[in-house]
Design a protein around this ligand. Structure first.
Ligand code: AMP
Length: 429
């Protein structure tokens, strides 16, 4: 369902509370080592500033476990934001206390403030209603959720707050994530190919199950491939395997066959006796991995097959590395797949998961992908077909009934009010 966004509401002169995902990596001196998450929030912030809003930002950073811990202060983020926005971003020293109230009260139109780490307050992760209300009261009844990365968590600042405001809408980053991840699954152009990797089958079973009704093919690599290969009766040596998931892997392959979905597993793998970058490695066929060896990356025959399949796709969804990407030697498969997807310029390509995204960045291929998701856990849950609390709590755009309600199609101010009234009644039902 389409959600209302910041562009659907009037924000001029109003205090607007925006939940961002500023959970950035810091080095031991508290310096931000990667500001991708901060730059991803800029379009929403500048949109609101340009439209005269008094912008109040909030976020979590790390796991301070409900206690004030300077190590996780958002102050460095306020400084980085000031540089990026070329304006002074005011910093509140608490979440909803005196400093937050004073700082947000003093905002002029177009100005920005950042609250201290919401997880310094123990009520945040409990989705405590009193904190939700205090956060909402800092605003003039407008809440924007732009933190896709935490949308799968029902916390005070990601979900609870929405029940205490007049408008709860999506920010531009959130809108993009919903459009690409949700939209790709709803109306994919065919052939639709998913490529999945990563360590465990158990993390991705829900995703595969949901994808079986939507995709034409699933290419499987990474550690999870070995559970499938073993389920087929192959010798996988000492490769990583979830023995308690063999039955499920078998049943996925059977279901795929019934539904006409092709599952492509590695034909060959790069193996080693040790889980390290230094030990010697060799290539073997995936049905004959010798005792004492473990598979650590896909081999060239597998890559050729994956690459050929990917060239025909019109929609590509990729999540998870095809090998042990922590070791330089075993990043080849993942990087080759990133390049193969980038070469198919006709396809809509959507990527999620830290390791896959890191490979794309390393190769500087970001521009060749239609969408790079900012949320790991959240994107997987969306791909599983789950409803994310941080999205579900936002106001729906219910304009399908225009004709029924107004007897005509165009929206005038008069019938817009009528539609909104009907929407409210429908939501209350
Ligand atoms: P995930 O968090 O599920 O996306 O998995 C990422 C992890 O999968 C990375 O830490 C990789 O090292 C690991 N991985 C990928 N391929 C293999 C493999 N063949 N054997 C063991 N671990 C792997």
């Amino acid at each position: 369902m389409d959600k209302k966004t910041i562009n659907d509401i009037d924000v001029n002169g109003k205090k607007v509370l925006v939940r961002c995902d500023f959970n950035v990596p810091l080095d031991e001196n508290g310096n931000i080592t990667d500001d991708t998450r901060i730059t991803a929030a800029i379009p929403t912030i500048t949109n609101l500033m340009d439209r005269g809003a008094k912008v109040i930002l909030c976020s979590h950073l790390g796991r301070p476990k409900g206690e004030v811990n300077e190590k996780y202060s958002l102050k460095p983020v306020a400084e980085e934001l000031s540089d990026l926005l070329e304006t002074d971003v005011k910093f509140a020293k608490d979440v909803t206390g005196e400093s937050a109230k004073e700082t947000t009260e003093s905002l002029e139109n177009g100005e920005v403030a950042l609250l201290e780490n919401v997880r310094f307050d123990a009520r945040e992760e409990k989705n405590d209603d009193s904190l939700s209300e205090e956060l909402a009261n800092l605003s003039d009844g407008i809440y924007v959720n732009d933190a896709f990365g935490t949308a799968h968590r029902a916390h005070s600042s990601t979900e609870g707050v929405s029940h205490h405001v007049d408008e709860a809408v999506a920010g531009l980053l959130m809108q993009k994530e919903i459009e690409f991840l949700g939209g790709t699954l709803e109306k994919p152009e065919k052939p639709f190919i998913a490529i999945l990797g990563g360590a465990k089958v158990s993390d991705k079973i829900g995703v595969i199950d949901n994808l079986l009704d939507k995709v034409d093919e699933i290419l499987i690599g990474g550690g999870m491939a070995f559970t499938f290969l073993k389920a087929k009766g192959y010798d996988i040596g000492d490769s990583i395997c979830e023995n308690d998931k063999l039955k499920e892997a078998k049943s996925i392959m059977e279901k795929a066959q019934e539904k006409g979905v092709k599952i492509v597993l590695p034909k060959d793998v790069r193996v080693s006796k040790e889980f390290s970058n230094e030990a010697p490695d060799k290539l073997v066929d995936s049905d004959k991995i010798p005792e004492g060896y473990q598979g650590l990356d896909i081999g060239p025959k597998t890559f050729m097959e994956f690459s050929q399949e990917l060239q025909n796709a019109k929609t590509i969804l990729w999540n998870g590395p095809l090998g042990v990407c922590e070791f330089e030697k075993y990043t080849i498969g993942t990087e080759q797949v990133a390049e193969a997807i980038a070469q198919n310029e006709d396809a809509v390509s959507v990527v999620g998961g830290g390791d896959s995204v890191a490979a794309i960045k390393k190769l500087e291929l970001e521009d060749k992908f239609s969408h790079i998701s900012t949320g790991g856990g959240a994107s997987l849950e969306l791909l599983e077909g789950k409803e994310l609390p941080g999205i579900a709590c936002l106001t729906d755009k219910i304009k399908k009934n225009i004709k029924k309600i107004c007897g005509k199609k165009e929206i005038t101010q008069e019938n817009e009010e009528k539609i909104n009234q009907e929407d409210k009644e429908e939501i209350q039902k």
